[in-house]
Each structure stands twice: as structure tokens, then as C-alpha cells.
Design a protein around this ligand. Structure first.
Ligand code: SF4
Ligand code: SF4
Length: 137
């Protein structure tokens, strides 16, 4: 059965739900975001960063800042287009393997997993036809 992708113009994002989810883990997640010194020490422990020839888009810190970080910065006031933009970061660019090492204890996979939860709450996630090894890893 084909999955229907909602029309981006008409799809209503439940920002109240997003705000409620963000608030649920606000303390810990905002602490992680503010403690990140952007030192890049975690970068080379991410196999995707290495696989893609050190493309900055695959740096663990880039991925959290541009997904969960933006969700907090916008206080959950996001639209369908924005959620689709970060979909690739949270599903394609990170597999939650936990290999990235941060010397000050920031746990990147739990942040990305939380961003996934928020994005998924609005029924935004990879469609079956996007799940090929070529396009999603
Ligand atoms: S997550 Fe940790 S290691 Fe990575 S950039 Fe931030 S402070 Fe540095
Ligand atoms: S959890 Fe994500 S960011 Fe960390 S090493 Fe794995 S793929 Fe890279």
C-alpha cells in the first residue's frame, strides 16, 4: 500500500505537541546544547563523517545544532517544510550508533533520537522508497 505524503502547503503542524515534547526534556537537552564547545573532537569518531570525506554536514555537533538545536531555538514554532529539512539530518546522517566520543559527556545519539521523536510526532519520517542503501546511508 502506498503511503501518502501530505501536501506541504496544507499540512498543519501541531506546534503545541512539539512544544510539549521539547519541554519534557528541556533541562538535559538544553544543557547538552549549551555545553557543546564546537571543538570538533567528536567528529573523527563518527564513521559517517569519515566515510563522507569529513564533510562538515556529518559532524556530530553540526547534526545536533541543526536539528534539535534549531527546534529549541524556534521554540517549536516550525512548519512542515522545516521538519522535512531536518528529516535527512536525523535519519540519514546519523544512525544512533553511539560511537561519537565527547570528552565532556555530551551524548549526541540521545539528542538525535529525541529530535527523531519530535519529527515523527508530526508523521514526518523516511518513506519506504527512500530506504535504499544509496539514498539513506
Ligand atoms: S559534542 Fe563534545 S566533542 Fe563534539 S563538538 Fe561538542 S563539545 Fe566538542
Ligand atoms: S551516533 Fe550518529 S553522530 Fe554519533 S557516531 Fe553514530 S552516526 Fe555519528
Amino acid at each position: 500500500m502506498n503511503q501518502t505524503i501530505p501536501n506541504q502547503e496544507t499540512k498543519k503542524v501541531d506546534t503545541k505537541k512539539i512544544k510539549s515534547l521539547l519541554n519534557r526534556r528541556k533541562g538535559k537537552m538544553k544543557r547538552f546544547l549549551s555545553y557543546c564547545a564546537h571543538c570538533s573532537l567528536c567528529a573523527e569518531s563518527c564513521f559517517l563523517y569519515m566515510k563522507y570525506k569529513k564533510d562538515p554536514k556529518y559532524m556530530p555537533s553540526y547534526k545536533v545544532i541543526n536539528s534539535l538545536g534549531k527546534l529549541y531555538k524556534k521554540r517549536g514554532n516550525v512548519d512542515w517544510k522545516f521538519l522535512n529539512e531536518i528529516k535527512g539530518i536525523v535519519w540519514k546522517n546519523c544512525v544512533l550508533c553511539g560511537r561519537c566520543y565527547c570528552p565532556i559527556g555530551i551524548h549526541v545519539p540521545s539528542m538525535i533520537a529525541f529530535a527523531r521523536t519530535i519529527v515523527r510526532s508530526q508523521e514526518v519520517y523516511p518513506q519506504l522508497d527512500e530506504a535504499s542503501p544509496e539514498s539513506w546511508l
